[in-house]
Design a protein around this ligand. Structure first.
Ligand code: ZN
Ligand code: ZN
Length: 86
């Protein structure tokens, strides 16, 4: 099972983003709150699973308007090529 979020940098999935404070060397609040990937600290997004291969999609994906299915670039290419063959 995949986590709710996917890291855009390292591609791992996780349920709980890491949160931390940036104090800018100050002794008292307000501090800035950040959140990011617990593995690399990178930006993350909600996990979208490819309906063809079942893998989490990092980056671009294609949503098929007629069915509402989401495909990763790779599967969409294969699907397009397959349709070209027929
Ligand atoms: Zn990461
Ligand atoms: Zn796929």
């Amino acid at each position: 099972m995949y986590g709710e979020y996917t890291c855009l940098d390292c591609g791992k999935t996780f349920d709980d983003p890491k949160r931390w404070e940036e104090r800018h060397g100050l002794d008292s609040p307000p501090y800035e709150d950040f959140s990011g990937c617990p593995y690399c600290g990178g930006a993350y997004t909600r996990t979208i699973l490819c309906d063809a291969c079942g893998e989490p999609i990092v980056g671009d994906y294609v949503k098929i308007q007629t069915t509402g299915d989401c495909y990763c670039d790779e599967c969409f290419m294969m699907k397009s090529l397959g349709e070209d063959d027929s």
